[in-house]
Design a protein around this ligand. Structure first.
Ligand code: XIL
Length: 386
């Protein structure tokens, strides 16, 4: 136990030094942190001769990481329409990990105090088990999808500290307890920090201060000592925000709680982030001895403010999109020893949250549910990567 602690402390020290050395956003990591690190050639090897006609993504990545997707209730319902039946086939073929896009959020499970609704979440966990897939729990403590009753009193003000802690404990016990042994790990906390590394002023923070976070992890660990514990957030390529997460890892370690992985949401655009941003990100977590997961990957070409491709994606943009996905996937492969899961936030383009107010093309499968060209290339790259 003691030895483990010293190892953590050493990793923490190394990690913090690395971060202080590069405090600007997008700062390159100049020092290699691990002399045994794999050279790049594996990923750039010749993939021409690799036949992937009968290959699937999960099979190609089986020695690297889980391949996940976020799903809705339609993905797992009995007697599906043709569209959803086909989507289920795609899921079964290529993916071996599932995340509920909404069905396990607080407002879906306990929108009213003490009234729990588990139908959709249960159906997803059953589907995952029937098909030999891992189910991921998303998410317990988040400032969004949070019903008012959790933190608001009858007069419209904040509840007291003890009431909020009780509400958190009841919810966590009930939800984590229900799926004990059936869920691989939980996104215990989601999107806690602002870009500048300060705590987001959520009701949790306002009422309880920083300690709410540690308390939440303790509660989950008590409810299911064996499930994995994750922290999930977006844009950790911003150095101050990343530092805040690294600090949290240390604070949890001091209390004997080890995060199993940090989730990088990876909602991307065509110009940001850069592949180098991700390389730096992985270096930082590696130096801390921390595993990471890509949890909500999608790549947008448009937005509701700028709906520029309502009738299809021009060929050149489509080619760039595919290349960019492949480039990121290759950097995931480069760090496969610390990456435990690569998951997209949805399956096919027509059912992505990124279509809000626009026609977007963010996922690996198109509107006809066909794999986009990069999927083949990703499989080849994974198979070529020894
Ligand atoms: C999103 C869902 O995709 C939407 O359908 C919903 O309306 C809002 O939430 N970060 C997260 C996810 O952790 O839970 C969010 O999911 C997307 C951003």
């Amino acid at each position: 136990m003691k030895i483990k602690y010293y190892m953590y402390a050493a990793c923490l020290f190394l990690g913090m030094n690395l971060l202080t050395a590069c405090s600007d956003d997008d700062a390159p990591v100049t020092e290699p942190t691990d002399p045994t690190e794999k050279p790049d050639e594996g990923n750039n090897g010749n993939t021409e001769d690799i036949d992937v006609s009968n290959m699937t993504l999960k099979e190609a990545c089986k020695d690297k990481f889980l391949v996940g997707a976020a799903i809705t209730y339609d993905d797992v319902k009995d007697n599906p329409t043709d569209f959803w039946a086909n989507e289920q086939e795609v899921l079964k073929k290529h993916f071996n990990a599932l995340t509920a896009e909404g069905a396990m959020k607080w407002n879906k499970i306990q929108n009213e105090k003490g009234v729990y609704t588990f139908d959709e979440a249960d159906a997803m966990v059953d589907f995952a088990e029937r098909n030999g897939m891992k189910m991921i729990g998303h998410c317990l403590i988040w400032h969004t999808a949070l019903p008012d009753w959790v933190w608001k009193n009858k007069n419209g003000g904040d509840v007291d500290k003890q009431t909020l802690l009780n509400n958190m404990r009841d919810h966590i016990n009930k939800v984590v307890g229900r799926y004990k042994g059936r869920i691989l790990g939980w996104d215990v906390a989601n999107e806690v920090f602002n870009d500048d590394g300060t705590y987001r002023n959520s009701p949790y923070y306002r009422i309880l201060g920083e300690k709410y976070l540690i308390e939440a992890y303790k509660m989950v660990k008590e409810a299911d000592p064996d499930c994995e514990l994750y922290y999930n957030d977006f844009q950790l390529e911003f150095t101050p925000k990343r530092k805040a997460v690294l600090r949290l890892i240390g604070q949890l370690r001091e209390r004997g709680i080890e995060l199993d992985a940090v989730g990088l949401q990876a909602h991307m655009w065509m110009t940001t982030p850069s592949v180098e941003n991700y390389d730096n990100l992985f270096q930082s977590f590696k130096a801390m001895g921390m595993k990471v997961m890509i949890t909500e990957w999608d790549l947008s070409v448009t937005s509701k403010e700028n709906d520029i491709y309502p009738n299809g994606l021009p060929k050149d943009i489509d080619a760039k999109w595919n290349q960019r996905m492949l480039d990121f996937f290759k950097v995931f492969l480069k760090y496969d020893e610390i990456i435990t899961r690569v998951a997209t936030w949805g399956v096919s383009d027509s059912h992505s949250w990124k279509n809000e107010g626009c026609t977007n093309y963010p996922l690996l499968f198109d509107r006809q549910q066909n794999a986009k060209p990069c999927v083949e290339e990703m499989m080849k790259a994974a198979l070529a990567d020894k």
